[in-house]
Ligand binder design. Sequence first.
Ligand code: BGC
Length: 794
Amino acid sequence: MIKKHWITSLLLAVTAFPMMAQNLEQQIDNLLKQMTLEEKVRLSYAQAKFCSPGVPRLGVPELWTSDGPHGVRMEINWNDWGHAHWTNDAITAFPALTCLAATWNPELATIYGKSIGEEARYRKKNVLLGPGVNLYRTPLNGRNFEYMGEDPNLASAMVVNYIQALQSNGVSCCVKHYALNEQEEFRGHVNVIVSDRALRELYLRPFEAAVKQGKAWSLMGSYNQYLDQHASHNEVLLKKILKEEWGFDGAVISDWGATHNTDEAALYGLDLEMGTYTNGLTSEGHGFGYDDYYLGTAYLEKIKKGEIPMEVVNDKARRMLRLILRTSLPRFTQNPMDNFGSLNTDEHVLACRTVAQEGIVLLKNDVSAAAGKALLPIDFSQYKRILVVGDNATRRLTEGGGSSELKAKDEVSPLRTLQERYGKQAQITYAQGYTCGGAYFGRIDQIKQQTIDSLRNDAVAKAKEADLVIFIGGLNKNHFQDCEGGDRRFYNLDFEQDELISALADANKNLVTVIVSGNAYAMPWLAKVPNLVQSWYLGSQAGPALIDILSGDVCPSGKTPFTFARELEDYPAHKLGRVGYPGLDPDSLPAAFQFGDKTNPKSALLLQKGFFEKQAAAIAKDNNINKRNTSIDGRTHHGRGNEAEVYAEDILLGYRWFDAKAQNGTYAQSKSRVVFPFGFGLSYTTFAYGKPTISGNTVSVTVRNTGKVAGKEVVQFYVGDDKASVVRPVKELKHFEKVSLQPGEEKTVSYQIADDDLKFFDENTQQWTLEPGSFTIYVAASSADVKGKVKYVR
Ligand code: BGC
């Protein structure tokens, strides 16, 4: 039997594969020759919520897409957003992408992409709508959990492996949301004003890597605007940069309902229009159907009138055929069964658990004076009465959150895992502690104060009686938490968790604090809690993975993919009131931010000394500008529809900003506004770094495990330009490596400096430029923990 399969697959590989690889374009040419104009046009717009047509007459199949980045979404109705309630669409829910980024382990991105691709293939999807690589600009962004942090190089390293592995299954990625969609508030229209340097050096970088190195087959245009034009049909972003400059040969898919104009959609690079509001039945209901899409009849008529050149039509049809063929043809691998994918295998569950284990970040673990050691890892043999507090100990966190919602075959909660593992040796009780209502899209439950108080009082009373308290709280997938379609309303944890955590810390010294979130949050209780574990949305294996870490079965090795600042206003996006976030009527922009027709500021202006601080001071005095206009009535605020915002921190996003402020002394009095820096994470063991050396363009450093247990360390290499003609960040992450070390073991980690790592984007020449001179290479355990430096002259 095995032999027969092997022979069949070998034959297929020998005969069919070369034909497919070489002849894809020829096949497309043949198809295009046989197709009518109507058939070509029909490829470019939806026929259902998640499906677009092929060419039935010629046997070209339909294209099926599915959300989302963390698992294959349950089936949605053909023609509305309701769940279809199929009984065969439960899947493995993988950890959210913030968790993947926090592993700092690109090999896990490969395993993730391969596993999710197999599930998508089994579910007969051509395109998986992800991964998302918008950057972390504000901790209020409701969708940060779907993205990979604040650093473009970390996100790039992850996204490339994810895509390559996903697409090796014959399933296309759809990298999203291109571009500048760093918030949910006003997402449908906000006009982002950003310098070319910040655009190129930060926000476009992961997309560029996805296209050039990942070889992405499709990409999603976002909802917002850039240069007064919607991103899903944006001349600069799609036509000039993506297609002409980067040579993208895949298809651009609009975000659902992000198309607004036939001419722009036709001419500026959109290939497939999805989700424009419709009931799908051409003449019934609201009288708006699929043919009424911007790329439907209106497009066809314009072509017939000669207003749209045929080369544009053929190019779109070619890209759509390419996407369909790339994802529909058998893959002719050694094992023909691979063509069909697989669902919920043991390997997928293991992949989920491993990514979750490696992504969890140990933020704090103080040695208790009484015990003479830290509480973590928990020695479960020591505690007879264990109290678990918190909604996230039991909540299904794969549900809600918007389009990334999942129907997990089995989602194992932390409480269930604790009961299964330690329920016989200890008495494990649970107190909810706080409640948050249901996970609805676009609205929230109002929680009564009485309920909040009684849940807290109950938990605190029980905590006084327990030997050990494990609090598992944080954000969740409700609207206004970590959820699409709205941003968080404030930086603090909601549902009075700050008061609860504080009270628990007072009630019991043996408190373990676990926060689940896809975002940073205020920690007014930090000094009171002996430890803090940052968990993410961990998917199907949330419980086992978390308890693996708490128990010490696995040594924590995750590192933060973004900066945890003390207060919301410490993030530069929030220092300028509504100018920086979430945007305001462009006429109300202060004069300093009126950039003329093209709303295209130069970095040189934004980064000039004192400019930002001066504007922030002026804005702080101006009530009109500074007034937040986010509604707190439980509904998303849609604004007036013309809001613009300025990414005025420019190239100084995340740690780049905090580095710059530390260097110029702005933060001198306040010691530091950073609670946990980018790239930070503790371990149950300790590591010693040697002195870095450089030979040619290779920097090397030794790392030794000096503790008692095996562990993994992420060695980070940052590059800074010692002297440049433009303002440059103090340092930027360019390389990292996660090394696994037994106690006492030492390894050497190396980084080969590439010329591209030294360049900046020159706005005058519109070129990536290397200015020769001296550079500093920082070897670091986090962006704020530099272990050694070397000079490199180029
Ligand atoms: C989201 C996309 C998603 C699409 C389809 C949109 O609202 O922004 O990320 O893929 O819906 O569900």
